[in-house]
Design a protein around this ligand. Structure first.
Ligand code: NAD
Length: 475
């Protein structure tokens, strides 16, 4: 029996079946989540459809009020939510608190201020032409396991602020915190506006393929995103896809290493490297290459990796067995290449014996393109550092990937760095930081990293249909 219930039409609903959620720190069962039946799915979509009939006409003020009430519930229950998040996701206590308090709590409150207003395109003696953004209807919000609550809130807030209703599905690896959120917000959200259902692998395609879904907001891997888009084509469902990345950080020779080594390290290893916009490749100029490698290896050796139950832990495990196996197979290739003299591990890399999916921050120097570690999105605590000598050439190397999520340039010369950053083929290009996302700034993936935009008014427009009301005044 599950302690967790789904939120359907304003009621907490148990399912006949449950599935295990595994704590990645020790492989024990963290909890049991409801396995939504087809009837549960239909009920959730139908409640959302019913609620849309009235919620679509709510004012921005009403919408903002609901969102602020959700933000308050998150803040008031931050301790319980962040403990649960650490338990199922594996992230350290401080990182879980940050996700709950800042990404989810502050994020929801901030998004209450982001609204769409009608525009008057023409108003003269003959015509008045108004541009409106009408809510699309029921949104299927599909979330991955790396930032379960932070990503869910972005989607819920966008639905609320546009007058859409939503059926949210967390990842089967991390459903518990999201289900708990549903229980906590039950009485502050109008019935049916937010529905939360959980289930294992088959639920995602069933939800995104449901005929009463008008819009799919998907965050996850590029491969799954392509399948979602294929499925959506049949009835022209609108889609926003936030997908994988292989972000490059280009470090120029005039960088202040004392100041920037730690932000570079965090940019790569925060959430144990399981961040879509983590630095996944560092290109370091040959003049500072050895110093940067040594500085990052030193920081890596000082970091405490362990279970979130230990308050000293700074980084947690890889989130699940499947992902761990993938990271370990990339590491096996790195080790095999190193034996041939191609690349060397300068920090981490040791095999973890014992329970849990742990790998210490692993840094690989003297590598280049042509191996999985550099060419693919590993999505774990393992980072290649690649040597370069020519800026023009390194821009091409950074761009020679099918991904285009984020990228960054690091230098004491901010103007020069910004000019280079503007040539990166990525939706976000940062200077002397990586990443930096807020609700007020559009977030978009170029190339195979996504389609559409999240956050900012541009993100709201993705949940809306443009309608032009064109009035001839001569009645
Ligand atoms: P995933 O694609 O395996 O799963 C994401 C979600 O989709 C899960 O809820 C899953 O149950 C669901 N799903 C699976 N198959 C589906 C289908 N056919 N139809 C509909 N839904 C389906 O991704 P993941 O392993 O959970 O997350 C890691 C990936 O997510 C990485 O590639 C990472 O870069 C990416 N990601 C991207 C962003 C971003 O904003 N760009 C943010 C976080 C994670």
């Amino acid at each position: 029996m599950s302690d967790f219930k789904m939120l359907i039409g304003g009621n907490l609903v148990a399912a006949e079946q449950t599935f295990e959620v595994i704590n990645p720190a020790d492989e024990s069962v963290a909890g049991y989540a409801p396995e939504a039946s087809d009837a549960n799915l239909d009920a959730a979509v139908s409640c959302a459809k019913q609620a849309f009939l009235t919620w679509r006409y709510s004012s921005n003020e009403e919408r903002g009020k609901v969102l602020k009430a959700i933000a308050k519930v998150i803040k008031d229950n931050a301790v319980e939510l962040s403990e649960l998040l650490s338990l199922e996701q594996g992230k350290s206590q401080s990182q879980a608190q940050r996700e709950v308090q800042q990404m989810a709590g502050d994020g929801a409150a901030a998004r209450a201020a982001i609204t769409l207003e009608p525009e008057v395109l023409q108003d003269d003696e003959q015509f008045r032409v108004e541009l409106h953004h009408r809510p699309l209807g029921v949104v299927a919000a599909i979330v991955p396991w790396n930032f379960p609550l932070g990503i869910a809130i972005g989607k819920l807030a966008t639905a609320i602020m546009t007058g859409c209703t939503v059926v949210l599905k967390p990842s089967p690896f991390t459903p518990l915190t999201t289900l708990k959120l549903g229980e906590l917000i039950k009485d502050v959200v109008p019935k049916g506006v937010i529905n939360i259902i959980s289930g294992s692998d088959s639920l995602g395609p069933k939800l995104s393929g449901h005929p009463d879904i008008a819009k799919i907001s998907f965050t996850g891997s590029t491969e799954t995103g392509k399948r979602v888009m294929q499925g959506a084509a049949a009835d022209l469902k609108r889609v926003t896809l936030e997908l994988g990345g292989n972000d490059a950080a280009i470090v120029l020779q005039d960088i202040d290493l004392q100041k920037m080594a730690y932000p570079l390290f965090l940019g790569a290893f925060i959430n144990s490297g399981q961040t879509c916009v983590a630095i996944k490749r560092i290109y370091a100029h040959e003049a500072i290459y050895d110093d940067l490698v040594n500085a990052l290896a030193f920081i890596a050796s000082q970091v405490k990796v362990g279970p979130a139950s230990d308050p000293e832990s700074q980084l947690g495990p890889v989130q699940n067995r499947m992902q761990y196996d993938k990271v370990m197979s990339v590491l096996a290739e790195v080790k095999a290449n190193a034996e041939k003299g191609e690349g060397r591990i300068v920090a981490g890399g040791e095999t973890h014996t014992g329970k849990g999916f742990f790998l210490k921050p692993t840094i690989v120097a003297d590598v280049k393109e042509g191996c999985r570690l550099v060419d693919e999105e590993t999505f774990g605590p393992i980072l290649p550092i690649i040597r370069f000598s020519d800026v023009e050439e390194v821009i091409q190397r950074a761009n020679s990937t099918s991904y285009g999520l984020g990228g960054s340039v690091w230098s004491s010369d901010v103007t020069k760095a910004a000019e280079i950053a503007s040539r990166l083929e990525s939706g976000s290009a940062w200077v002397n930081q990586h990443p930096n996302l807020t609700p007020f700034v559009p977030f978009a993936g170029a190339k195979h990293s996504g389609m559409g935009v999240e956050s900012h008014q541009m993100g709201l427009k993705e949940y809306c249909q443009v309608q032009v009301v064109n009035i001839a005044k001569s009645a």
